[in-house]
Design a protein around this ligand. Structure first.
Ligand code: SF4
Ligand code: SF4
Length: 75
């Protein structure tokens, strides 16, 4: 289980500043969370101005594709 960033990310970078495991990286169109490194602390959720970060189990049904999209960024 890990936290997941979806496509409403505005690339502001605020989440990166607070992540204790440095597992959030900038992509071309959004930021991504490395599921192997995320410790599920939840700190990043409150930092996101566009509410683009979810616990995996809280993801809306139509956003499940972003579980793979986040993971693939780090492969
Ligand atoms: S839940 Fe915690 S460890 Fe995971 S990405 Fe957010 S701040 Fe980083
Ligand atoms: S805080 Fe939210 S909008 Fe800003 S980079 Fe992180 S996920 Fe994207």
């Amino acid at each position: 289980m890990a936290h997941v960033i979806i496509d409403t990310c505005t690339l502001c970078g605020s989440c990166v500043e607070v992540c204790p495991s440095e597992c959030i990286k900038e992509g071309e169109d959004q930021y991504f969370i490395d599921p192997e490194e995320c410790i599920d602390c939840g700190t990043c959720i409150d930092e996101c101005p566009s509410e683009s970060i979810y616990e995996e189990e809280e993801l809306p049904e139509d956003k499940h594709e972003f579980i793979d999209k986040n993971a693939k960024f780090f492969n």
